[in-house]
Design a protein around this ligand. Sequence first.
Ligand code: F3S
Length: 310
Amino acid sequence: MKVTLAKTAGFCFGVDRAVSLTQKAADAGERTYTLGPIIHNRHVTDRFAALGVAEIDDPADVPQGATVVIRSHGVSRSVYEALASHGAKVIDATCPFVSRIHKLVSDAEARGRTAVIIGTKTHPEVCAIAGWCRDPQVFETAEDLENWLLADEQRRKMPLSVVFQTTSTQKLYNSCEKIAKKLCTNCEIFDTICEATEKRQSEAAEIAAACDAMIVIGDAKSSNTAKLAMICRENCGKVALVDSAADLDKSFFKDVSHLGITAGASTPAWIIKEVVNMSEEVKVETNESFEELLEQSIKTLNNGDKVTGI
Ligand code: F3S
């Protein structure tokens, strides 16, 4: 069995930065809180919890003067205001690519334009972006955008500024761009898909198309991991989305001649290593030829050795 591990598997720049900043605060012995899980990976959040880093959802729950890490997804303008009113010491780990989107929508609003956000409505990154402008329109699919535009002619003439959740697929971007260009008269479109996401997705598609089985490692709650699994399923008939090596059964590797492995942006390197090691073990087992097994079973006998045979 041949094993191909994606070069882009694992932490992206933004996640790596958020994890390092949290680690630094924990190491400094500061009373540290994160607003929501620092990343969508329970192995990492469990490790921080053991170091005393507490998770809270509401900025109002931050004790006066405590240190608060804002995760890479970012938060809305009102959350910064609430944290400031609590005298919190803020460690801002918002990914710079996400901060750019905050600026784009707030500039759009200042210029009298309506922000259109393409992404998962309930995802924290999208909720935070929506919190940087007034009355944004949020759509999850190109069809939703098209239906909203077709429902009212005035909307097609409105000054619109379209941005995308950083983990959106290129396919979704292309469809939305096509619709907006066809229907709107005053629409600007910003490609805000993160390059790290694009590379990870295109590499995953390429590997999945060349393999007869694919393993995607990551938390199912992580948006980019779920999208990776979706892309792999479009290109390969046998895909497993696993949280860690413990989720894998060796039967998955049966009859697999070329295995591909990729991982979401919030999957730590040690989990990837475990899965790779497990695949390597299976590879060794399946690659052992009958001759090799026979060779191993024939032991040179020395005086005094005991032999049991059938
Ligand atoms: Fe930032 Fe891209 Fe990662 S937006 S958090 S570097 S996936």
